[in-house]
Design a protein around this ligand. Sequence first.
Ligand code: EPU
Length: 337
Amino acid sequence: MNATKNVSLKPYNTFGIDVSSKQFCSISTVEELKEVISTHPKDELFILGGGSNILLTRDVNALVLHINIKGITIISETENTITVEVSAGENWHEFVLFCIDNNYGGVENLSLIPGNVGTAPMQNIGAYGVELKDVFESCKALDIASLEEKTFNKEDCNFGYRESVFKRQLKSKYILTSVRFRLTKKDHKLNVDYGAIRDELSKMNVNNPTIKDISNAVIAIRQSKLPDPKEIGNSGSFFKNPVVSVEKFNQLKSNFPNIPSYKISDQEVKVPAGWLIETAGFKGKTFGNYGVHKKQALVLVNYGGADGQDIYNLAKLIKKTVFRLFNIEIETEVNIL
Ligand code: EPU
């Protein structure tokens, strides 16, 4: 396995930022992965999956390992459920479509999320009332130091809202190589409670939705407000929705009576960062070739040729303005290099 020098990472990140990598290697098997790591003992490694949750603000002075391991294998099945193992380099949405085609239920609400299967557990991807952890059985990951593959069960992963052990305690220590999902073959547990899904299904005149109907509804909703990275560079939600105390929320509500919220517990509520950013006046703002998306203020966009550092500076300005106006600290969801 030979690494290539000075490869542009533009095709490998959905923000479409043009930075260069010192060395680059596309990996198709776990064996190749072990070989490359053992033959480059001194090089710093930079692991790249689907590149859908990263903002590159500078050249990557490391050996970039592009995880392109493919394959979907059925591990076991009963009358009602099926366990499938999916290699890390499979595209997430293509995997969702594979499930819909085979009538395997559980991931339909997660349609059209950019990125690869191997990076989905890192931040416990979620949308429209479902999170990856709801269908996750286990994953395999390569220990970079010992080059041994280890299996992580759900409890090992410490999944939280856009969080996992791989993003925190084990950051940069393991490379995810495959994920096992437990899906339903019949009596699917449909999640239609997220308001927008119900509205979309009734627009489609669907009364008894199938998993395909739900997937189609989610695709329609996402396409109506989230930019397609193939057309406009972006990384989905740039910030996480902050969680605040009920006490603080009530104070805010007296100044901003329309502020939306979702109850988390008796003590805490989640506030949509998109609302805070829109109210701070940033929705649809453009600064030359980058800006804040017109239809969803949580999404920062690259209209073509933007510099990652400029987008990062905009994110910092948004964070500062939101803090000044609402006294709420918003955290980035996207990883920044
Ligand atoms: N809102 C605004 N202005 C905006 C955007 C949102 O006022 O510009 C308010 C509205 O009140 C709306 C509420 O925010 O009702 C919630 O908006 P939306 O349903 O679009 O969801 P979100 O909280 O902005 C989250 C996830 C998305 C996921 C959707 C649907 C996070 C950080 N984002 O967004 O995930 O698709 O819910 O479940 O949790 C992603 O992670 O990349 C992502 C796109």
